[in-house]
Design a protein around this ligand. Structure first.
Ligand SMILES: NC(=O)c1ccc[n+]([C@@H]2O[C@H](COP(=O)([O-])OP(=O)(O)OC[C@H]3O[C@@H](n4cnc5c(N)ncnc54)[C@H](OP(=O)(O)O)[C@@H]3O)[C@@H](O)[C@H]2O)c1
Length: 423
């Protein structure tokens, strides 16, 4: 059998895919052992991806192989996945396109990472494919982008640095844009994420029954219980107005913490996620827009309108063209993780008042398409090079649990996605 490529980027012609290709090219220039190819359904679009990157970098990429595979053709997917050790999947919404590729990867003994931020999709894959992935000896790891590497590995980092027993973590996300590069109405996110978000809101109701099947047994209660803060609150931790963060971070962190509890008997940390705003006015604006989107996304006709007029309903935030490079490169994010727990490592701390706190921070640039693809490609590389430090022999696992003992955090730190202790 011909040797497999280390990494194949599937969906390379998409907005995220193109950035992933640029990132792997950057990294492979300094690592001659890293072999890679790109894949998707359109030869001409994929050729253009290579040509554009050649024009941008001046590097010769004519030897990069293009593999053709379509989600609707299972044989073409297997033909592609059997040529890869790790498939990096940039083809979403994952609820529509993800499962066929997960199946192909398991059938051909290929590892898989993606940037899904869709909890129902990820939990469904864990429910239906964890055993098969374990048997095949492959890792299927979703949420390897901005959703949810900062939060999930951030909690792992907090646990590693805590020097004791962590009871809970609260995450506070802040985004900032250099005003020189942004005016109201400029797009900040590509349509692909909007599509995933709209369908993601609609599928919220699937989560309850799904979780009952995935986790029939409740976790033992961890005390003191982490209390949810009020929906709108001024946080004394970041000194800003905050809302609960509606993304996939809580679901992903829960899966990691539960996995580590079940496989290594570690005390699971409770977690809440918030997003912080520069002013109460901006918070109220965002809440208003989200309320409209949230209601519309429940109905077929509402979804149709949201998807047809993304700019209108997002006040220009979303576009089919995606954000400008300059804007992305001048957008920064910070996630502060505030942990509370005890000095002692003994397990009989349950129920006692916590005695210790620690803050760590994860920060980076261009959360949607810069930090995201760095985390994604490094997740793939980590499977290639450090599978011996990963748990079990495979499975559908969240990234925090999968990469906790690898050097992923260290490598991200060297590549502008910084994990650091604040105090
Ligand atoms: N979690 C995060 O932090 C994060 C960040 C960024 C993006 N994302 C997620 O990434 C996903 C992609 O977003 P995007 O903006 O990059 O979307 P996009 O530009 O629309 O890209 C979609 C890709 O899927 C491909 N595709 C669609 N149908 C296909 C099929 N039947 N067979 C093969 N390929 C097919 C497209 O190929 P063609 O070009 O041939 O149409 C394209 O390459 C979304 O789910 C988004 O939410 C997540």
């Amino acid at each position: 059998m011909a040797e497999r490529f280390g990494i194949v980027i599937f969906g390379a012609s998409g907005f995220t895919g193109k950035h992933a290709v640029e990132e792997i090219h950057r990294l492979a220039k300094n690592d001659k052992t890293l072999t890679w190819a790109i894949a998707g359904r359109s030869q001409s679009k994929l050729e253009k991806v290579i040509k554009d990157l050649q024009d941008k970098t001046g590097d010769d990429l004519t030897k990069i192989k293009i593999l053709i595979a379509d989600i609707s053709d299972a044989d073409s997917l297997k033909e592609m996945t059997k040529q890869a050790t790790v498939v990096v999947n940039c083809c979403g919404p994952y609820r529509f396109y993800g499962e066929a590729l997960v199946k192909a990867c398991i059938d051909t003994h290929t590892n898989h990472v993606d940037v899904s931020g869709e909890p129902a999709y990820m939990e469904k894959m864990q429910l239906h494919y964890n055993e098969a992935a374990e048997k095949a000896g492959v890792y299927i790891i979703s949420a390897c982008g901005f959703d949810s590497i900062p939060a999930d590995l951030g909690v792992i980092f907090l646990q590693q640095k805590f020097n004791g027993q962590l009871n809970s973590a609260e995450t506070y996300l802040e985004n900032s844009v250099d005003p020189k590069y942004y005016k109201f109405g400029d797009a900040s996110i590509h349509y692909g994420t909007w599509e995933s978000l709209v369908y993601g809101i609609a599928e919220q109701k699937e989560l309850g029954p799904l979780r009952k099947q995935l986790y029939p047994q409740k976790l033992p209660q961890m005390l003191p219980k982490l209390k949810a803060r009020s929906i709108i609150h001024k946080s004394n931790i970041v000194n800003k107005w905050c809302l609960p963060f509606p993304g996939s971070d809580r679901s992903v962190v829960y899966r990691s913490q539960r996995y580590l509890h079940e496989t290594e008997e570690k005390r699971p940390a409770q977690m809440s996620a918030y997003v912080a705003f520069p002013s109460l006015f901006s918070l109220l604006m965002v809440l208003f827009v989200f309320a409209i989107i949230g209601v519309m996304a429940q109905f077929k006709f509402g979804r149709k309108l949201l998807l047809k007029y993304p700019r209108l309903f997002s006040f220009g935030f979303i576009s089919h063209e995606g954000p400008a490079e300059e804007l992305m490169n001048n957008t920064k994010f910070t996630m502060l993780l505030y942990g509370r727990g005890w000095d002692e490592k003994e397990v009989d701390v349950n129920g006692k008042p916590t005695t210790k706190s620690l803050k760590v921070r994860v920060s980076g640039t261009n959360p949607g398409y810069g930090a995201t693809v760095t985390a994604l490609i490094y997740s793939g590389i980590t499977i290639l090079k450090e599978a011996d430090k990963m748990p079990g022999k495979g499975g559908v696992i969240a990234p925090g649990a999968a990469f906790a003992k690898t050097t992923l955090i260290e490598n991200l730190n060297k590549n502008n996605l910084t994990f650091e202790v604040v105090d």
